[in-house]
Design a protein around this ligand. Structure first.
Ligand code: DAH
Length: 332
């Protein structure tokens, strides 16, 4: 078959046609190439086949078959080129830089402060505590007065409260949840209440105007200072390890008597204050209608941001609240 000159001529034409297709720069060029090669009357392949009648009959089928193959091959090249041109046109309108490295998938993770809250909560849960919460917008009575803090008391000033309207404020601590819980339930009570609190604090490495706290409260008959110390010491050892030392320093809060700051110390590091705490002041129990002759209790307010700083060796509390993904992504 290769010896038939028409077959050779068809193959040569196929090469030319394909070259012309590759050079076509737009749909108009492609149409001209199509007409020039595949056109029924003027097309060069049809033109060649006009010589078919002069061939010996035995050669004609081979030439016909080759002609069909070449037509199909050129048509396919035309289609492929048309598609490439269309894609190029799209990309020119909305360029995609295929050489950029892929971004990878975002993987979400629990925020380190939330994780500290969850881990602290897990320990108290195992000791029979229930988790609860209260509103972030509260009033002066719950935030101060019910907690034995008159509004003109220095302890009320100290908290540099953010007011929304007269009497209505962003809670400056989670302690009002103690009051709300005691109003709703009779003893025995064992609760922890995590949440955000707000103060007009100066923004620095250890202060942010919005930060997380966890409140704890136990009220029952016969609850003593021994329960208070032992439970918090047990918490600290479970959280930081068996060798952890715990220290109770005398302090003052209007809603506890006596009051303490609780510090922990792990081997080779300094004492670190993790919470304020104390025995619930009988005046608070009275404010919620509990009989202070019958019931006693203890409470604490812990800073899970502090706990997370210590845990991860972070020196600046602000990092936890700025939500920079480059920082938070490290905890994934
Ligand atoms: N509410 C106190 C604060 O934010 C912390 C605190 C101290 C909470 C003693 C307590 C407590 O429940 O007993 O500074």
């Amino acid at each position: 078959m290769a010896s038939v000159p028409l077959v050779e001529a068809l193959r040569a034409l196929e090469q030319k046609a394909r070259a012309a297709v590759e050079e076509a720069g737009d749909a108009g060029d492609l149409e001209r190439v199509r007409v020039a090669y595949l056109g029924r009357k003027e097309g060069r392949i049809s033109g060649l086949l006009r010589g078919l009648g002069k061939l010996p009959p035995e050669d004609r089928p081979a030439v016909g078959a080759e002609a069909n193959r070449v037509k199909g091959s050129v048509a396919a090249a035309l289609d492929a080129r048309a598609e490439t041109l269309a894609t190029d046109a799209l990309q020119a309108r909305d360029p995609v830089d295929l050489t950029l490295p892929p971004r990878g998938k975002w993987r979400g993770t629990i925020h380190p402060v939330s994780r500290a809250i969850d881990d602290i909560w897990a320990i108290f849960r195992s000791m029979g505590f229930t988790r609860t919460r209260g509103p972030e917008v509260d009033d002066e009575w719950y935030n101060f007065v019910a907690l034995n803090t008159p509004l003109d008391h220095p302890a009320a000033d100290e908290q540099d409260t953010l007011y929304l309207a007269p009497g209505l404020l962003l809670r400056s601590h989670t302690s009002p949840v103690q009051v709300r819980t005691m109003q709703k339930h009779e003893p025995p009570l064992r609760i922890v209440a995590p949440g955000m609190v707000y103060r007009r604090d100066t923004y620095d490495a250890t202060h942010t105007p919005a930060f997380a706290q966890i409140e704890g409260l136990v009220v029952d008959e016969g609850v003593t200072f021994v329960d208070f110390k032992a439970t918090l010491a047990e918490f600290a050892r479970r959280f930081w390890g068996p060798g952890t030392q715990v220290r109770f320093r005398p302090s003052f809060f209007p809603f506890t008597e006596p009051s303490a700051e609780v510090d922990v110390k792990r081997q080779g590091s300094d004492w670190l204050e993790i919470m304020g705490a104390g025995m619930v002041d009988p005046a608070v129990l009275e404010n919620v209608g509990y009989d202070p002759e019958r019931y006693t209790g203890w409470a604490f307010g812990m800073g899970p941001g502090r706990v997370a700083m210590l845990r991860h060796g972070v020196r600046d509390l602000r990092l936890f609240y700025e939500n920079d993904m480059r920082f938070l992504g490290q905890f994934a």
